[in-house]
Ligand binder design. Structure first.
Ligand code: ASP
Length: 431
C-alpha cells in the first residue's frame, strides 16, 4: 500500500511537519490538545472548527470506503475457490472475529472505561437504549431501498448489499459469455479503483489527524477539564488485555486442539507479529506473513488464498478494539452500557466492520464510526460522542499497534490450522 512505500522527504515550509513520524505527531497533538484545553479553558474554544473539519472529512469517506472495499473484497473470491478451503477459512475468520468482539465487550464490561463527562441529553440516551426485537434487527439488515440505505447511512444494510453485489461481480468475472465477463471485469476495476482512491484519501486525511485530534481534544478538555485523562489508560489496558487473552485462549487453544506446538508456531510467527506492530498495517506485513507461513510448512495452495484474504477481512484485534471502545463511548456519553440486544447488534456490526476494514493504519477507527452508528451513537461534530471518539483517536495509534499484530497472527493461525486439517502441513518442519 502507498503508506508502506518510503515516501521521498518533503521540502518546503511544511516539510518538518510531513517528514515527522505521523504516530508521534498524533500523540503530540493529543498531549498538546489536553494541555491547551486544561490551561486555557473556554479561551481555546475557537479551535473547535478545526476538529469539526477532521470529523467531517472522516465521515465523508466512510460510506464510499465501505461500499468499495467490501464490493472488491467479495468480488475477489472466485466462486470456484469458495469450495472446501474457502468455506473453512472464511468460517474460521468470521467465528474468531465474532468471538473477538465478544471478548472486547467483556473487557469493556469488566473495566468499565468511561471519561467522566456530563450525561448526554435524555433524548439521545433514550435513542441509544431503544430496544428492538431480534426478528426486526435481522430483517433490518436487508434494505428495501439501497439508495436510502446509503443516504441515511444504515451501515448494516449497505454492507449486506455490497457483499451480494460483490459476489455477483465475481460470477460475472468467470462467465463464459464474453460480454458478461467484460462487464464483470470492468465493474471490478471501477470499484477497485474507487477503493484505492479512498485509501489515498485516508492517507491524506491522516496527515491532518494531528491537528484534528489536537483541536477535538482541546475542546473536550476545555469543556470537561482534566477529569477525563485517566480513562484513556483504562481503555488501553482493556484493549491490550483483550488482545493478549485472544492469543492465549483462541490461537493457543486452536493450535493445541490441532496438536501443534505453540512455541514452534511463534518461532516463525513473531516476525509478522513484530512487523505488524510497528507498521500498523496487515497489508504491508503480508510479504512477511507469507514467508512465515512457508517456513511453518503450510502448503502454498492454502496460504496464497488465505493470507491475502485474511489481511483484508480477518481483523480480530480490530474487533476487540471496537467492543472496548464502543463501551467506553457509551459509558462516557450516556452514562450506561449496552443492553444485551445492543451487544448482539455490536457483535454483528463489528464482525462485518472488521471484514470491511482495510489492512492499513488507522482503518479500524473509521469502522468504529459505523459500529457506533448502529447502536444510535452517531459521531456528529460538536456532540459528546464526537468528543469521546476524538479521545479514542488520540490514542488510536497505540491501540492500532496491538490490534494489527493480533490481526496478522490470526491470519497465520487460521492458515496453519486449516492446512493441518486438510493434511497439507509439512510436519517435518514441526519436528
Ligand atoms: N491497522 C489495522 C490493520 O492493518 C486495521 C485497523 O486499523 O484496525 O490490520
Amino acid at each position: 500500500m502507498a503508506e508502506q512505500k518510503k515516501a521521498p522527504l518533503k521540502k518546503g515550509l511544511l516539510g518538518w511537519y510531513f517528514n515527522f513520524n505521523l504516530l508521534y505527531r498524533i500523540l503530540i497533538g493529543l498531549v498538546l490538545g489536553a494541555i491547551l484545553g486544561i490551561a486555557l479553558g473556554e479561551k481555546i474554544l475557537w479551535i473547535a472548527p478545526f476538529g469539526a473539519l477532521f470529523v467531517r472529512l472522516l465521515k465523508m469517506i466512510m460510506m464510499p470506503i465501505i461500499l468499495s472495499t467490501l464490493i472488491v473484497g467479495a468480488a475477489s473470491i472466485s466462486p470456484a475457490t469458495l469450495g472446501k478451503v474457502g468455506i473453512r477459512v472464511v468460517l474460521f475468520y468470521l467465528l474468531t472475529s465474532a468471538f473477538a468482539v465478544f471478548l472486547g465487550l467483556v473487557m469493556g464490561s469488566i473495566f468499565q472505561p468511561s471519561a467522566d463527562m456530563a450525561v448526554l441529553s435524555a433524548e439521545a440516551a433514550g435513542k441509544a437504549a431503544a430496544n428492538q426485537s431480534v426478528a426486526n434487527v435481522l430483517l433490518n439488515i436487508v434494505p428495501t431501498s439501497v439508495a436510502q440505505a446509503v443516504v441515511n447511512e444504515v451501515v448494516l444494510q449497505v454492507i449486506f448489499f455490497a457483499i451480494i453485489f460483490g459476489v455477483g461481480i465475481s460470477y460475472l468475472k468467470i462467465s463464459k459469455e464474453e460480454r458478461l465477463k467484460k462487464a464483470g471485469d470492468t465493474l471490478y476495476m471501477v470499484f477497485d479503483g474507487t477503493a484505492e482512491v479512498m485509501m489515498r484519501m485516508v492517507t491524506g486525511i491522516m496527515q491532518y489527524a494531528p491537528i484534528g485530534v489536537l483541536a477535538l481534544v482541546a475542546e473536550v478538555f476545555a469543556k470537561q477539564g482534566s477529569k477525563v485523562a485517566g480513562s484513556l489508560a483504562i481503555v488501553t489496558l482493556a484493549c491490550f488485555l483483550g488482545y493478549f487473552l485472544h492469543v492465549v485462549l483462541v490461537y493457543g487453544g486452536l493450535l493445541k486442539l490441532n496438536k501443534l506446538s505453540i512455541r514452534r508456531f511463534f518461532k516463525d510467527a513473531k516476525d509478522p507479529f513484530i512487523t505488524a506492530f510497528v507498521t500498523r498495517s496487515s497489508n504491508g506485513t503480508l510479504p512477511v506473513t507469507i514467508e512465515a507461513a512457508s517456513r511453518l510448512g503450510v502448503s502454498k495452495d492454502i496460504y496464497a488464498f488465505s493470507l491475502p484474504l485474511g489481511a483484508t477481512i480477518n481483523m480480530d484485534g480490530t474487533a476487540i478494539y471496537q467492543g472496548v471502545c464502543a463501551i467506553f463511548i457509551s459509558l462516557t456519553v450516556t452514562g450506561h452500557s449496552f443492553t444485551l440486544g445492543q451487544m448482539g447488534i455490536i457483535i454483528i456490526t463489528a464482525t462485518l466492520a472488521s471484514i470491511g476494514t482495510a489492512g492499513v493504519p488507522g482503518a479500524g477507527a473509521l469502522m468504529l464510526l459505523m459500529v457506533l452508528e448502529s447502536v444510535g451513537l452517531p459521531v456528529q461534530a460538536g456532540t459528546l460522542v464526537a468528543g469521546a471518539y476524538a479521545m479514542i483517536l488520540g490514542i488510536d495509534a497505540i491501540l492500532d499497534m496491538g490490534r494489527t499484530a493480533l490481526n496478522v497472527t490470526g491470519d497465520l493461525t487460521c492458515t496453519t490450522v486449516v492446512s493441518k486439517g486438510m493434511g497439507q502441513l509439512d510436519m517435518e518442519k514441526w519436528a
